[in-house]
Unconditional design. Structure first.
Length: 185
């Protein structure tokens, strides 16, 4: 085992040891709205006031779920609380590249300290929003929850990007993830 493989195994163990409640197994019978909003920059608000307590935001983020109706909920075994999310519930504030250039693994850190390894289940996707056509890059954090990549993180990915078949992208965990649309013919 090489030093890179050992380092990646340590990273994978640390990330997989991040314990989260099993919200996907909970089936609460009560649903109601609550005046919580997550802004596009990842800040949380309750009743129009910013939630300043980082521990509270981290706790709430650990029980987030997007259900089949497309809504985002804070979930307990007893109830679902529908919240408003301006864009994505998380932002990515940091990306690290390990094992390059042979077996590259990208590790993202979110605004609540959660780490995600980009792979087949945690893909990077860039959407082009109307009307300005600006790229909006995301990575899947867990289940249907995504993180918006902040501009410095996206610029770092662009710096590492390579062209394959007329598309710029990055590879992580053996998966090529496009960052651009295909070049016009």
């Amino acid at each position: 085992m090489s030093a890179n493989d050992s380092q990646l195994n340590i990273i994978e163990q640390m990330i997989s040891s991040q314990s989260l409640p099993p919200v996907h197994d909970w089936h609460p019978t009560s649903t109601r709205d609550i005046d919580i909003r997550i802004a596009r920059n990842g800040e949380w608000y309750y009743g129009g006031s910013r939630i300043e307590r980082e521990r509270m935001v981290k706790l709430f983020s650990s029980v987030l779920r997007v259900d089949d109706d497309g809504c985002t909920y804070l979930v307990t075994p007893q109830e679902r609380l529908r919240i408003c999310v301006d864009d994505a519930p998380f932002t990515c504030v940091l990306v690290e590249r390990h094992g390059a250039p042979l077996a590259t693994t990208l590790v993202f850190t979110t605004n609540v300290g959660e780490q995600v390894v980009a792979d087949a289940n945690h893909t990077i996707k860039v959407e082009y929003k109307v009307p300005d056509g600006e790229p909006a890059p995301y990575v899947v954090v867990r289940d249907r929850l995504r993180a918006l990549l902040l501009r410095p993180v996206f610029y770092q990915l662009a710096d590492w990007a390579e062209e394959r078949g007329g598309v710029l992208g990055v590879e992580s965990s053996g998966v090529f993830m496009p960052l651009s649309e295909p070049a016009p013919n």
